[in-house]
Design a protein around this ligand. Structure first.
Ligand code: PAF
Length: 279
C-alpha cells in the first residue's frame, strides 16, 4: 500500500495502476462505516484509493475543524488490512496550494442546499463538492463510494456528477450502526457514556417512525411528536421528510419518504445526523 501526501506523486501512481479504480473519500478517523465502503470498493475494483483529508473549506466558522479526530496510524492499518492500493493524505496547503480563500468552487444549486444540513452550515456543500470534484479528477476513479448517513451530501454529489457530466459512478452504501442502533460517525468520539445513551434516541426515533409507517399508523405529525419526546434532552435542529428520489420535502408519507434528523447533545454540543427510508 502506498501512502502519498502530494499531488505529483499521486498522479504518477494513478497512471501506473492497471484496471478499474474505486475511490473512498474520507476525513479519516475511520470506523466500521468507512470500512464497509472500503471493502465494497476493494471487492468491485482492481484498485482502491482512499483519501484522508480533513477538508477545511467544508467547515463553517465555529465548527470543530481544529478538534476533528485525527487517527492516521490506525486509519492506515485499517486500509492496509482491507487491501487498499493507495492512501492519499494531503495537507490543506498541498490540496489548495496555500490559498484556500482564492479557489474556484463548485456550488450546488440553492434548492439543494437551502434545507436540512445546508441551512445551518452555509458553504458546507460548496466545500464538499469542490474537494470531491478535485479527488475525482486526481484519482480518475471509475466508482466512488459514499455512505447514506450523509444523505443530503450523497444526493448533492450525485446531482453534481450528473449536472457536470463527471465520468464516474456514485455507489451509495448503507448506514452502518452499532449493535444498539447508533449510527457510526467519527463525531461519536466526542460522546461520553451518558451522552451516547442520549444520542441513541435518534436511531430509536427513526426506527419507531419506520415501524409505525409499516403498521399504517404514522403521520408526519405523529413522527415529529414521538421524535421530540424521545429527543427532549437534545437540541433538535431538524426532523424532516423528503422524497428520496429528488430530496424535495413531502406532505404525505410513502415508501420513498426518507426521514432525516439532526440534533445536538447536551454537554459536548456534538451535532449528530441520521436518517431512515420508511419502506
Ligand atoms: O463525508 C465526508 O467524510 C466528507 O464530507 C467527504 C465526502 C470526505 C468530503 O470531504
Amino acid at each position: 500500500m502506498k501512502v502519498i501526501d502530494n499531488i505529483e506523486e499521486l498522479k504518477k501512481e494513478i497512471k501506473a495502476l492497471n484496471g478499474s479504480i474505486g475511490l473512498v473519500p474520507t476525513m479519516g478517523a475511520l470506523h466500521d462505516g468507512h470500512k464497509s465502503l472500503i471493502e465494497k470498493s476493494v471487492s468491485e475494483n482492481n484498485n482502491t484509493v482512499v483519501s484522508i483529508f480533513v477538508n477545511p473549506i467544508q467547515f463553517c466558522a465555529g465548527e470543530d475543524l481544529d478538534k476533528y479526530p485525527r487517527t492516521l496510524e490506525a486509519d492506515l492499518k485499517l486500509c492496509k488490512d482491507a487491501g487498499v492500493e493507495i492512501v492519499f493524505t494531503p495537507t490543506p496547503e498541498i490540496m489548495y496550494e496555500g490559498d484556500k480563500n482564492n479557489l474556484t468552487l463548485i456550488c450546488p444549486p440553492y434548492a439543494a442546499v437551502d434545507k436540512l444540513c445546508g441551512k445551518s452550515r452555509p458553504g458546507h456543500f460548496d466545500g464538499v463538492c469542490s474537494v470531491v470534484a478535485k479527488l475525482f479528477n486526481l484519482t480518475k476513479a471509475n466508482k466512488a463510494y459514499f455512505g447514506q448517513k450523509d444523505a443530503q451530501q450523497l444526493f448533492i454529489i450525485k446531482k453534481m456528477v450528473k449536472d457536470l457530466n463527471f465520468d464516474i459512478e456514485i455507489v451509495p452504501c448503507p448506514i452502518v450502526r452499532e449493535q444498539d442502533g447508533l449510527a457510526l460517525s467519527s463525531r461519536n468520539k466526542y460522546l461520553d457514556t451518558e451522552e451516547r445513551q442520549i444520542a441513541l434516541n435518534i436511531s430509536k426515533a427513526l426506527k419507531l417512525a419506520q415501524s409505525d409507517y409499516k403498521k399504517g399508523i404514522a403521520t408526519k405529525r405523529s413522527i415529529v411528536d414521538n421524535t421530540l419526546k424521545l429527543l427532549e434532552q437534545m437540541d433538535v435542529e431538524y426532523i424532516e421528510f423528503v422524497d428520496d428520489n429528488n430530496f424535495e420535502f413531502v406532505d404525505a408519507l410513502d415508501d420513498k419518504t426518507r426521514v432525516l434528523i439532526a440534533a445536538r447533545t447536551p454537554n459536548s454540543n456534538t451535532r449528530l445526523i441520521d436518517n431512515i427510508l420508511l419502506k
